[in-house]
Design a protein around this ligand. Structure first.
Ligand code: PHE
Length: 345
């Protein structure tokens, strides 16, 4: 066989074998066998140097053509085999997306949060906006500027959680947000401040952490009548149009005059039961007209402006609303309890 014939038949042989290759590894073996450094084509071309220059050129060109042809076929086959391998892979690892998944438990609103949101929305609809303050609060905001002197019993170690940084406490009420609002805004002010508060207290009706919503309105000519009107709208929206409301004189250092607001017992309707301790009334919130000393502390002129403030406990209202008799149930996160509130907003 002439050199030319040898090359041509090698080319044919290679192309045939390549077309029959069944997988990528036998393909790469063929590549090495025919085109590799020590491959068959190189081997044949070893004798090229012995040829006369004319023939050498012709054979060289032929060898190049054959090499290119083999490469083309290799490429084609490689593409084909890769596609087949991918196909195979997809078939083997097929995921049936129509299979039903495992059970995923949907969460639900917490009764305290849903009550807090509903109350907030009532006030927002009356034009109040939401103000915030930190839970680790400066003592001067939590006490001093609210006209609570250093020897006031509310500061007692038994009530307040002190933190190990001088001058800071876990806020015992949302009233410090009143101070923050008056320091950063100018009258007219109408804000509510919902949030967590902390007191060293734990029994069926007290939790060391609970939620309050503070309200504050400051403007010229704000009167106790405005306070009563706003609270009436709020109480009727939460407890219904027929709710009975009673204002009782009380005392808070930061309001003067001060009052506590009771509603007719929602459990017995006023005849007396365990929930209202036989009185027919339930204490719902504290309120009053902003004390001039508080205005002085924040630099608002008490001759020009008046204001009212109120603070209510969210858990208390949630408990009445959902007939929950132990506040601890709200924080134990027992799913048998929490799941009973599925579907509330
Ligand atoms: N901060 C008072 C409390 O926690 C409630 C209150 C707020 C009373 C605003 C009057 C005015 O008991």
């Amino acid at each position: 066989m002439s050199l030319k014939e040898q090359i041509e038949s090698l080319g044919k042989e290679a192309v045939e074998l390549i077309k029959k290759a069944e997988n990528l590894s036998s393909l790469s073996a063929l590549r090495v066998e025919y085109l590799g450094k020590k491959g068959k084509l190189k081997n044949i071309l070893k004798t090229l140097g012995k040829l006369p220059p004319e023939e050498r050129k012709e054979i060289g060109q032929l060898a190049n053509r054959v090499k290119e042809e083999i490469e083309t076929v290799l490429k084609e086959k490689e593409g084909e085999l890769k596609a087949k391998a991918l196909e195979e892979e997809l078939r083997k690892n097929r995921i049936d997306i129509t299979l039903p998944s495992g059970w995923i438990e949907a969460g639900s609103s917490h009764p305290v949060i849903s009550t807090l949101i509903e109350i907030s929305e009532t006030f927002i609809s009356m034009g109040f906006s939401v103000a915030e303050g930190p839970e680790v609060e400066e003592e001067k905001y939590n006490f001093d500027m609210l006209n609570i002197p250093p020897d006031h019993p509310a500061r007692d170690m038994q009530d307040t959680f002190f933190v190990n940084k001088d001058g800071f406490v876990l806020r015992t009420h949302t009233s410090p947000v009143q101070i923050r609002a008056m320091l950063t805004r100018k009258p007219p002010i109408a804000v509510i401040a919902p949030g967590r508060v902390y007191r060293k207290d734990a029994d069926p009706t007290h939790s060391p952490m609970f939620h309050q919503i503070e309200g504050l309105m400051v403007d010229e000519n704000v009167t106790f009548k405005d306070l009563k009107g706003i609270l009436k709208i709020f109480l009727e929206s939460v407890f219904g149009k027929d709710v009975k409301i009673r204002f009782r004189p009380s005392y808070f250092p930061f309001t003067e005059p001060s009052a506590e607001v009771d509603i007719g017992c929602t459990v017995c309707g006023g005849s007396g039961c365990r929930v209202c301790k036989g009185t027919g009334w339930l204490e719902i919130l504290g309120c009053g007209m902003v004390d001039p000393n508080v205005f002085e502390a924040v630099g608002i002129d008490p001759e020009k402006y008046t204001g009212f403030a109120f603070g209510l406990g969210v858990e208390r209202i949630a408990m009445l609303r959902y007939r929950i008799n132990d506040i601890r149930l709200l924080f134990e996160n027992d799913m048998r309890f929490n799941h009973q509130f599925k579907g509330i907003r």
